[in-house]
Design a protein around this ligand. Sequence first.
Ligand code: HEC
Ligand code: HEC
Ligand code: HEC
Ligand code: HEC
Length: 313
Amino acid sequence: MTAAGFMLAGAAAQAQENVGPFECKDCHGAEYAVWENTPHAESYKDIHKRDLADKVTDALGERSMKRSDTCGQCHYTEAPNKPGGRVSNNFGPSCESCHGPGSEYINIHNVYGPKGTKKEDESAEHKNKRYEESTAAGMRWPRWRKDIPAMPASQNYAVAQNCFNCHGMARDSLDAETAGKMLDAGHPLNPDFELVKYSQGQVRHRFYESQSENPEMTPAELSRFFVTGQAASLVQAANALKKTDHPKYVAAQNARADKAKAALEATGLAEAKALIADPTEEKARALVAKIYTEDMDLTAQVGSMLPAKSDYK
Ligand code: HEC
Ligand code: HEC
Ligand code: HEC
Ligand code: HEC
């Protein structure tokens, strides 16, 4: 990162806050319409009323799911209920749970240059700077873009890893003792969460070209995204296993690690072997960078492991 980047990161780090999905809706109406109809948005209405919510909050000695900081890490977006409104756990997981808290990047990530500059007139230098500044301000860009040289070719790893923070119960901020108590009280830890299966169904929003087209991934894209998910799953499971020897937690994380290793092994890539031997983020990013920069189609290697469309969540 450049010196200016560091300064910006320092300044922006102070006040990265959620602005709430309404603020994104103005420009990203199509994405909002997708999100609105997913369990991420809909669970807000009633998840705290399910029997299990009481069991899990009781086990932790917490009074209310909606007010609990522990549950809030994965179940809620702490944001104003409307522009200028009261800040609280007002939404389920939302735009900013996946793309980063927006307060500092919302007015940077979409500006192509001096006032009035159109998208097609943006300079290459400005595009790089726009990426660097919005990233330093907390934005997680959703996919690797060749037209932004400053973006690491392993960008898609960051997106995948973030799903597992919640879905793998592998969040750094969740301590092992709390996780163990949650599992004992019946909280799910789904070892079948797989990136393609869970991202290409109702959650899918890929309006890159226009607000009316939400195309499916091509087979080659699916194969790369699948491998990216397995890399993230393995690293997260390995990190989680270092935290605790709670039997349910260990069993679920081992199940995930075994599946991921089998899928990574099947790619036949040296980078995948290195990752299996030493499951670190660095090794995972090396693999992800390789398959994206070389535009690999891994269908022949992992195609048979991909979920059927009818099984997409
Ligand atoms: C004033 C309009 C506006 C608002 C408000 C806005 N965006 Fe954007 N956003 C854009 C534009 C325009 C782009 C395309 C930038 C480009 O061409 O690279 C974009 C791009 C993005 C991308 C990257 C897409 C890609 O191609 O990789 C993400 C993710 C994103 N916005 C998320 C958000 C989130 C989350 C919020 C709310 C916190 C938000 N945006 C609010 C206009 C907006
Ligand atoms: C590390 C992230 C994480 C934390 C922390 C967390 N949850 Fe969850 N919770 C999830 C995920 C992910 C699911 C969905 C699991 C699935 O279906 O695969 C879920 C599901 C649930 C469900 C629905 C289960 C069902 O099958 O209907 C309830 C109820 C729930 N959580 C309660 C809580 C409560 C109460 C807390 C706080 C004490 C909490 N959770 C903390 C991630 C988390
Ligand atoms: C569960 C995580 C998640 C949530 C919630 C989420 N996104 Fe995304 N978003 C992604 C992923 C993953 C991609 C990359 C999709 C791809 O390239 O296949 C993406 C891509 C995008 C893009 C670029 C593609 C496009 O549609 O133009 C934009 C813009 C975007 N998201 C905005 C939003 C907004 C606005 C919201 C809230 C209304 C939102 N996202 C909610 C994960 C999420
Ligand atoms: C901030 C935490 C969080 C993040 C990040 C997150 N999720 Fe979720 N997700 C949840 C919770 C909590 C639920 C359960 C809601 C419920 O039970 O109603 C859920 C539910 C889902 C469901 C519905 C599952 C079903 O069985 O119907 C899908 C699909 C899903 N998530 C996909 C994703 C994908 C793909 C990503 C990453 C791109 C992602 N999620 C990131 C918390 C999160």
